[in-house]
Design a protein around this ligand. Sequence first.
Ligand SMILES: NC(=O)c1ccc[n+]([C@@H]2O[C@H](COP(=O)([O-])OP(=O)(O)OC[C@H]3O[C@@H](n4cnc5c(N)ncnc54)[C@H](OP(=O)(O)O)[C@@H]3O)[C@@H](O)[C@H]2O)c1
Length: 268
Amino acid sequence: MAATGELRGKVAIVTGGSRGIGRAMSLAFAAAGAQVVVASRTEHEPPPDSPFQKYGSGTINDTARRIAESGGEALPVVCDVTKPEDLRRLADRTVKHFGRIDIVVSNAGVDCESPVMDLEEDLLDRCLAVNIRGPILLCKYVLPAMVEQKGGGSIFCITSGASLGYREGRVGYSMSKAALERAYLSLAEEVREHDIAVNVLSPGRVDTWMNRHGDWPGTGHIPMEQPESINCAAVWLAAQKAATFTGQRVERADFGVTWGPGIPVPAP
Ligand SMILES: NC(=O)c1ccc[n+]([C@@H]2O[C@H](COP(=O)([O-])OP(=O)(O)OC[C@H]3O[C@@H](n4cnc5c(N)ncnc54)[C@H](OP(=O)(O)O)[C@@H]3O)[C@@H](O)[C@H]2O)c1
């Protein structure tokens, strides 16, 4: 891993760091010099005959090991974002281990695949708990340390194009991402005075467990990207503060075109 140094001296938390987009960002942050806390539920590999093994495989320990093998520093922390006590412990352990929190990425997310007429209440509740409640409580528990440090910082969440338009069978998922966006964009104003950036990043269509066979109805026209496609945009966002870039919903595909280094920031 060639360290770029862009995030040297910073401490980053990534939820959903065991696989997919979260794993790619964890490795990219470490390559840019950050110390990374890799947080999600999975500590051990699923058995080889698990469904979607190629995409489902991945653990917080494996991501942390990959970072260490590349010369970086990582701390795997078991965290179910639906459990407030896990989120509180995640913030506490980060401060205890690395002494500070500079970057927080709320990436953990789940689908909610069902027409509304057939929607099971448990599925909807889980989607709202992971995609909305968890990301807000995450901020509740990391912000005290970030504010106290007085150095500013960067928080962003991973949203979806589903927040802006119809996706067949995904009313619940679309709702959750739209609510998440509104919450984070409002939070941006709440913490602006502390120089903490809060932004929303949409990754496009990415080849992960969530997309399995790439068969989401109505998304076939969007190019399928590998998780690492997000790295440059994510590292740049992670380096921002409120003074430089906050309160923005941005598309990964537009990085370097409509937003990014040297590009004027639109008014929020
Ligand atoms: N793939 C796409 O095309 C696409 C497009 C737009 C947006 N997104 C968003 O991108 C984010 C990452 O998704 P992905 O595509 O990388 O999917 P993925 O491979 O399924 O990864 C999801 C991650 O979320 C974690 N997670 C799920 N439930 C959790 C919980 N209760 N507590 C803690 N962690 C939990 C999983 O870890 P554990 O199972 O170990 O807990 C896993 O690391 C999601 O927010 C998703 O909505 C994806």
